[in-house]
Design a protein around this ligand. Structure first.
Ligand code: ARG
Length: 470
């Protein structure tokens, strides 16, 4: 069979042009969605009397047969048929004869491909909300198990103030909650149907777009046919959301890489999530964390790539837009890979609480609290800051820490010091003193965990409802 659009041509397509313009090698990933969309479209054609009902029935039957063949791997796609849409149409005509040619009535590949992409991303977005939920659950479990574990909190990667490990982990739960909410919000825009826009201007056939939308589970249809076929905002939005998730993951990766180093020894990642060295037998490398960190760059690249493709593109469809796919598929795969591995990696991570405690005991992260102590005794904060600075310097010069100082030594710097300073300086006291909403005191972190569990239960409910639908 020749080209589906071959009528106005007198020459065959140049072989290299055929290869260059074809998208079948990557858009074959849209086969299921393409058939899903076609089934709804042809049902509508029959219902509206645009084609006879029995033809619609034959075509539906043919599409199901083609789908079966694709699923069983019995289909060989042809580069000469350019993309998944024309490959499937050809397969359909081979299956049921010329009546298959009625499927494309009132439709263009422009509104067809946009519909496929909406169907595809809609599923993925739901899946990612589910995967984020799994990761949040793993982090919350680790937080609950570490409500008594104190670590140094850092700014500038310098020890700043002691915090609960649970508090640190819950910061990531908050980030992933925002990510899940962003995806859920984007779903509204993804779940809009382009089909019926035709090539760009609509169609002369009396189609029923709302009927198609309803069959496919779309909440609404695009208002404007030009916008319907040339909108790729929903993909860009997804790529931006994915970039943000990878950015969050890569920050956590960086901490895991640091924390599992010999210098820190705060955590140990499970053997199942690390790899060895081909030359250094002692090595256990946090490869997964490193790779997620590394792949973040490519995910950003896909976002910037598509933004650039769309920049200054005139309305409506342009072939440039075929470039929306590879980056999107790549981002979906990369994010799936990262999120699927991350939850079990966090679940199986061993926390070295003793080592964390040792670190906390050997730093000056309780210094702010002596200043607050002197403020409590009436000294202006600025003066207190100065006094403590001198005490810290004294400690550094003598190779000791604040808790090693005798009361007389404290009193050499200020007469306001009393015996109670030793209680104030205990890491537990320091942590629990930050008893403000959102702070690291244990009751606050417990409250935060409860609220996070309520919020993630809601995202889980959303995921369950929509994955049943998709
Ligand atoms: N393979 C094309 C794409 O992905 C489908 C749309 C083609 N439309 C056209 N007018 N050539 O963008």
């Amino acid at each position: 069979m020749s080209k589906l659009w071959g009528g106005r041509f007198t020459k065959n397509t140049d072989q290299l042009v055929e290869e260059y313009t074809a998208s079948i090698l990557f858009d074959k990933e849209l086969a299921e969605e393409d058939i899903q969309g076609s089934l709804a479209h042809v049902t509508m054609l029959g219902k509206c009397g645009i084609i006879p009902e029995e033809d619609a029935e034959t075509i539906r039957d043919g599409l199901h047969r083609v789908l079966g063949k694709i699923r069983r791997g019995e289909v060989e796609y042809a580069v000469s048929d350019e993309d998944i849409h024309m490959n499937i149409e050809k397969l359909l005509i081979e299956e049921i004869g010329p009546v298959g040619g009625k499927l494309h009535t009132g439709r263009s590949r422009n509104d067809q491909v946009a519909t496929d992409m909406h169907l595809y991303l809609r599923k993925r977005v739901v899946e990612f909300v589910g995967l984020l939920h799994r990761l949040q659950t793993a982090l919350i479990e680790q937080a609950k198990a570490n409500l008594d574990t104190i670590i140094p909190g850092y700014t500038h990667l310098q020890r700043a103030q002691p915090i609960l490990l649970a508090h640190h982990l819950m910061a990531y739960v908050s980030m992933f909650q925002r990510d899940a909410e962003r995806l859920m919000d984007s779903y509204k825009r993804i779940n809009t149907l382009p089909l019926g826009a035709g090539a760009l201007a609509g169609t002369t056939f009396p189609i029923d777009r709302h009927f198609v939308a309803q069959q496919l589970g779309f909440d609404r249809v695009y208002e404007n046919s030009l916008d319907a076929v040339s909108d790729r905002d929903f993909i860009i939005e997804f790529l931006a959301d994915a970039s943000m998730i990878m950015m969050h993951l890569s920050r956590l990766c960086e901490e895991l890489v640091l924390w599992s180093s010999t210098e820190f020894r705060f955590v140990e990642l499970d053997d199942a999530f690390c790899t060895g060295s081909s030359i250094m037998p002692q090595k256990k490398n946090p490869d997964v964390a490193e790779l997620v960190r590394g792949k973040t760059g490519r995910v950003y690249g896909n976002l910037v790539g598509l933004l650039t493709v769309l920049k200054a593109l005139p309305l409506a469809y342009n072939k440039d837009m075929q470039e929306d796919k590879e980056g999107m598929f790549d981002t979906v795969r990369t994010l799936q890979g990262a999120l699927r591995l991350f939850a079990p990696m966090i679940e199986t991570m061993k926390v070295n609480g003793e080592r964390m405690r040792e670190a906390v005991n050997q730093d000056f992260s309780n210094a702010t609290d002596i200043a607050d102590y002197l403020v409590g005794k009436g000294l202006p904060f600025r003066q207190a800051h100065e006094v403590i600075g001198k005490i810290v310097l004294h400690c550094i010069q003598n190779g000791v820490f604040l808790l090693d100082l005798k009361l007389e030594e404290f009193q050499q710097f200020s007469k306001l010091f009393g015996d109670d300073i030793y209680h104030v300086l205990q890491p537990e006291t320091v942590v629990n003193a930050r008893n403000v909403y959102g702070g690291t005191a244990r009751p606050q972190v417990e409250g935060a965990i409860q609220r996070a569990e309520a919020a993630t239960a809601q995202t889980l409910a959303w995921f369950e409802e929509l994955s049943a639908k998709a």
